[in-house]
Design a protein around this ligand. Structure first.
Ligand code: F6P
Length: 358
């Protein structure tokens, strides 16, 4: 009987998903004498609705460099399902039943934080689960890096680079709003790579007066333009930290520009690249990382080590237990070496300064 390996991609897409799918599939064809890869479509949506395809070998060719995911993806489909009768269906029990119906021997779940929590619950239902960490946010616990992140850093850096020349020409402040709702890794890395003067991240609430001081000081020293990289989850010291503004068509970039206009008189513009940061081909680093992780997942299947999630630690591919990763977020710690590097090249994180009483 052929070994039946299910694969699904869940949560926001990112470059490298197809490279990972290909890695799992190709390594499995080598490791097992008889294997059938089963593509579960639309993330947990397809797992719940029993939408799947028995895939053929040729479908894993030509996808290494392809952005997005050939299996498509969805968000939040693992939440309780309310029926017209008012009753709730447990999606995890439905997925466990469908796992049997698809006659799977295991399921490889590729996703970010929410996906890992769901993967842990599926493992608790008795399914043989292995997960892979992807996200442009780089905020999955227990791994130094996720695939998709480096590609997004490249794109975001390119945006900052391009904005630089127009900021200079017009003597403007340019605010570049980057993705990252809970973790500021992307804004921090792209900000440093692009030479941003101010980087604002969710982990460090900013004081608009500090930001204004940086811009004024630069102006007075003859630098008539400034670049601010702000993560979409950044908050000022005056914002309510509990307020979740996600999904409200809310832009922290425009909010910051409005705050700035009240305290400085320099022309300011806002750029929001949004989902552009998640699109297109994976960069070579992510192609390699996603392939390594996919191959390692196939090896975990071979060894029967389920309930595990692939990770990178100190440059080596390894794994953690899903239960140790689920429900956690890897945010930027206050003592992150990269924060310090930024400070040493003059980056401001907008931290409040001790001010003299008037
Ligand atoms: O998790 C990846 C991510 O791109 C976040 O940076 C961002 O907050 C979110 O997804 C956007 O989600 P959606 O694609 O559902 O708008």
């Amino acid at each position: 009987m052929a070994k039946r390996i299910g694969i699904l991609t869940s949560g926001g897409d990112c470059p490298g998903l197809n490279a990972a799918i290909r890695g799992v599939a190709r390594a499995s064809y080598q490791l097992f004498s008889d294997v059938q890869i089963v593509g579960v479509m639309d993330g947990f949506g397809g797992f719940i609705d029993l939408e799947y395809r028995e895939m053929e070998r040729h479908e894993f060719s030509g996808i290494l460099t392809l952005g997005g995911t050939i299996l498509r993806t969805s968000r939040q489909r693992d939440k309780m399902i309310r029926q017209n009768s008012g009753k709730y269906l447990d999606p995890f029990r439905m997925m466990a039943k469908n796992y049997e119906k698809m006659a799977l021997d295991c399921i490889v779940v590729i996703g970010g934080n929410g996906t890992h929590t769901a993967a842990g619950m599926l493992y608790d239902q008795g399914l043989n689960v292995i997960s892979l960490p992807k996200t442009i946010d780089n905020d999955v616990w227990g791994t130094d890096v996720t695939f998709g992140f480096q590609s997004a850093v490249d794109i975001a850096t390119d945006v900052i680079d391009k904005v630089h020349s127009t900021a200079f020409s017009h003597s403007r402040v340019m605010v570049v709003e980057l993705m990252g709702n809970e973790a500021g890794w992307l804004a921090l890395s792209a900000g440093i790579a692009g030479g941003a003067d101010v980087i604002l991240i969710p982990e460090i609430p900013y004081d608009i007066n500090t930001v204004a001081d940086v811009i004024n000081d630069r102006y007075e020293s003859g630098k008539h333009y400034s670049i601010i990289a702000i993560a979409e989850g950044a908050r000022s010291i005056h914002d309510d930290p509990e307020q979740n503004l996600k999904g409200q068509h809310y832009s922290v970039g425009y909010k910051l520009a409005d705050e700035l206009r009240k305290v400085i008189d320099i022309d300011t513009r806002v750029v929001v690249p949004g989902h552009y940061q998640r699109g297109g081909a994976p960069c070579p680093f992510d192609r390699v990382l996603a392939t390594q992780m996919g191959v390692y997942a196939a090896e975990l299947i071979k060894r029967g080590e389920f309930g595990t999630t692939v990770a990178v630690k100190d440059g080596k591919i390894t794994h953690n237990l899903i239960k140790d990763v689920a429900g956690k977020t890897k945010t930027v710690p206050r003592n992150a070496p990269l924060l310090d590097v930024g400070r040493k090249v003059g980056v401001s994180y907008g931290e409040p300064k001790a001010r003299k009483a008037e």
